[in-house]
Design a protein around this ligand. Structure first.
Ligand SMILES: [Zn+2]
Length: 426
């Protein structure tokens, strides 16, 4: 008999996402959700201890004193969503640019009017750590209510050591306070700051010689990300930054081939990056090389949508090539102001022709792989964190198909109910 302090029973579909635990899902595996019909789950002290049919619950699991029993009859149960690419921490907002873009203004015109990423950099440099944290916490609560239980967050609105550290400390504090798991990425190479515009090489040197060693020494990040793009960081500069990062244990991830075909996808493969993200302009060769090197593609269709790109990453070609695909919001004030992964799943289906099952794999187990959390999150496996969603939906397709609403009724994080009837409890 297995003892449990939390039991969820009667799910019309319980998506385990179980499968090969040695690598992320690719190809046909991306359609496999490991569904148990009339499924149940038991947890103890925050970890999953049993998963199976509700009919077997009584003979397998014994509820402990004060255990919680949740009735999921008629509902869909699945792992908490994992958002593997966000710019969670920032000051201010940029709704003025949203309107300018609608009026046909270009990126250059918006930047000339004082907008663009530099507006967020200026605002973020000015505010205190406490102020940054208040806004980020609000976003995390919205994410939690929308079913995200693990999120990656990047620095990159400081572009100077002090503010980059301030952002990473906010990320660390948010993670420590819980309930959301927040995985930190250093992204000092998000943009060339205005004071280095005339001498970008000097900024690359600063990132390599000052920022990366300091971030690593303070253990403030797990990954290092670079915006490899025309007019930002070249392929050669990105490689130099990644070599420095890897030498102190920061694993590479890269914003690659988002706006132009620069060769970021192939570079990600050469650098053995964990992920290459965006990839709207990834070449056939880049896709082949990513597949061969096992680089995960993190696709962000919300950004293409929000920026009126009229173009999306070639998810079907990537899946056919054998690349594991993950999905993320890219939550940030300039190019994708949403906390909703469910909306991203809808866009992945309608705009990139991913099947609902593939999109769900992309925002659970493959997303967990994208941020190195594959042993803790992304599937309902015995021994993993009890991060569980109960959707007011008769099957998993509804999460992608019924869009613009929140179907998440209950969120369990580390075995505790943190969202009930769609409301955060803390
Ligand atoms: Zn990004």
């Amino acid at each position: 008999m297995i003892h449990a302090d939390l039991i969820i029973e009667g799910a019309v579909e319980l998506l385990t996402l179980r499968g090969n635990s040695a690598r992320p899902r690719r190809g046909e595996e991306m359609r496999e959700l490991g569904i148990i019909r009339q499924g149940a789950l038991a947890a103890r002290r925050g970890k999953i201890v049993w998963v199976g049919p509700t009919a077997d619950l009584l003979t397998s699991v014994r509820p402990m004193a004060f255990s919680k029993l949740i009735d999921a009859y008629g509902k869909t149960v699945m792992p908490g969503l994992v958002d593997p690419h966000t710019h969670l921490v920032f000051a201010g907002s940029r709704e003025n640019e949203f309107a300018m873009r609608i009026q046909g203004k270009t990126y250059q015109e918006i930047a000339a009017a004082g907008g663009g990423i530099n507006a967020t950099v200026a605002a973020t440099r000015k505010v205190s750590k406490a102020e940054l944290k208040v806004e980020a916490r609000k976003a995390l609560d919205r994410m939690l209510a929308l079913g995200t239980t693990t999120v990656e967050a990047k620095s990159g609105y400081g572009l100077e050591l002090e503010t980059e550290l301030k952002m990473l400390e906010v990320i660390r504090d948010l993670n420590e306070e819980g309930p959301m798991t927040v995985i930190p990425t250093f992204m000092g190479a998000h943009e060339i700051p205005p004071e280095f515009r005339q001498n970008p090489e000097a900024y690359v040197d600063l990132v390599i010689s000052r920022m990366i060693p300091e971030v690593a020494a303070r253990k403030l990040a797990r990954f290092c990300d670079v915006f490899c793009e025309a007019g930002v960081f070249s392929v050669e500069q990105s490689e130099r930054i990644f070599r420095a990062a890897a030498s102190v244990g920061l694993e590479p991830r890269v914003h690659a081939d988002e706006l132009t075909e620069l060769g970021g996808a192939a570079m990600a493969a050469r650098m053995k990056a964990r992920t290459a993200d965006h990839l709207l302009f990834a070449s056939d060769d880049g896709i082949r090389q990513m597949a061969a090197a096992g680089v995960i593609a993190v696709l962000l269709p919300g950004t293409a949508y929000f920026l009126h790109m009229q173009r999306y990453a070639r998810a079907r070609d990537m899946i056919a090539a054998g690349i594991p695909v993950a999905l993320a919001t890219d939550f940030n004030p300039g190019s994708c102001m949403t906390e909703s992964l469910a909306l991203i799943l809808n866009l992945a289906c309608t705009q990139m022709r991913m099947l609902p099952a593939e999109a769900i794999v992309g925002a659970t187990i493959n997303a967990a792989w994208a941020i190195g959390e594959e042993n803790c999150a992304g599937s309902l496996d015995v021994g993993k964190q009890a991060d569980v969603l109960i959707l007011d939906a008769p099957n998993h397709e509804h999460l992608c198909y019924h869009f613009g609403v929140n179907l998440v009724e209950t969120v369990v994080k580390n075995g505790k109910v943190v969202v009930e009837s769609g409301q955060c409890l803390h």
